[in-house]
Design a protein around this ligand. Structure first.
Ligand code: BT5
Length: 260
């Protein structure tokens, strides 16, 4: 088996989690792991079940954006969860932090988090997180944590993202085992999710890695464009932006660009 193989057989052999990844749905290729996960939920998938693929033909980001990944280059993962309403907004934080910690453990690199859902190395995006959920009144029916991590991708061969993306291989100059990173990622994510289930805060560690704080930024959120100083984040992961008129606005999700 090549070291970069992430098939269930290899993963099961070395998995060190209590429940995340104990059920594995694997395809060599699919449209999007999020769609496979949704079907699995309809079929009664247990909490912690994961979908992993080697290739996605219609990977998606937020707001209908595309996620690009050549075959066998990336970790493309969806984790099925049944959180409560308090845990739900914190899943992006947990996932981005788990990605950053696992990259650090396996490679020694020190990634930072760009609020709310990007992980960056050297200012370029190495990973993105997408949460899709179904909430009715006060009940969360499910949440799917989608994570993409550029392990051995070569951004220079992809014009759409060549300026903004990076990969572990690009930074280190050598291939990295997708299996090692995935195993570590599942362990880190499970620890953070279990902390959330116990009602423990996880924002402290997350804050330390947030590169957005203390900067003059423009935040696009829905139809709104906010400009100001990224003053703080709250324990749910919302950004607290001090606007130019001195008022403070709380933003749950958006796209941040630094003002130059
Ligand atoms: C994200 O969206 O960053 C979330 C991406 C989540 C993808 C995973 S893969 C497993 C699961 N199944 C799916 O179908 N999706 C999830 P967003 O913040 O909207 O960023 C999307 C933008 O990132 C795109 O518009 C591109 O500019 C850029 N991008 C696309 N592919 C990239 C890549 N491989 N590396 C870095 N940037 C990329």
């Amino acid at each position: 088996m090549p070291k970069t193989d992430i098939s269930p057989v290899s993963l099961r052999r070395s998995l060190k989690t209590k429940f995340v990844g104990h059920n594995i749905i694997y395809y060599p290729v699919t449209s999007s792991t999020m769609d496979v996960a949704k079907q699995a939920i309809k079929d009664g998938a247990a909490e912690g079940a994961i979908v992993i693929v080697d290739h996605q033909t219609a990977g998606r980001g937020r707001l209908g954006r595309k996620w690009l990944s050549p075959p066998d280059s990336s970790i493309l993962l969806s984790i099925i969860l049944y959180p409560n309403l308090e845990q739900l907004p914190r899943l992006t934080m947990a996932a981005a932090l788990a990605v950053a910690k696992s990259i650090e453990k396996i490679t020694g690199l020190e990634p930072v988090i760009k609020w709310p859902n990007d992980v960056l190395i050297g200012g370029k995006k190495v990973s993105g997180v997408l949460i899709e959920s179904d909430v009715q009144r006060d009940t969360v029916n499910y949440a799917i944590v989608g994570i993409a991590l550029n392990v051995n991708l070569d951004p220079s061969s992809m014009p759409e993202i060549s300026e903004t993306a990076t990969s572990l291989k690009q930074v280190l100059g050598q291939e990295v085992s997708r299996l090692d990173v995935l195993e570590s990622l599942l362990v880190e994510f499970e620890e953070l999710y279990q902390a959330l289930r116990r009602g423990e805060p996880i924002d402290g560690e997350w804050r330390h890695r947030l590169e957005t704080l203390g900067k003059e930024v423009t935040v696009r959120s829905g139809d709104m464009v906010h400009e100001g100083y990224a003053e703080s984040v709250d324990d749910e992961g919302n950004l607290l932006l001090r606007r130019l008129d001195g008022s403070l606005v709380t933003i749950a999700a958006g796209d941040v660009t630094l003002k130059v």
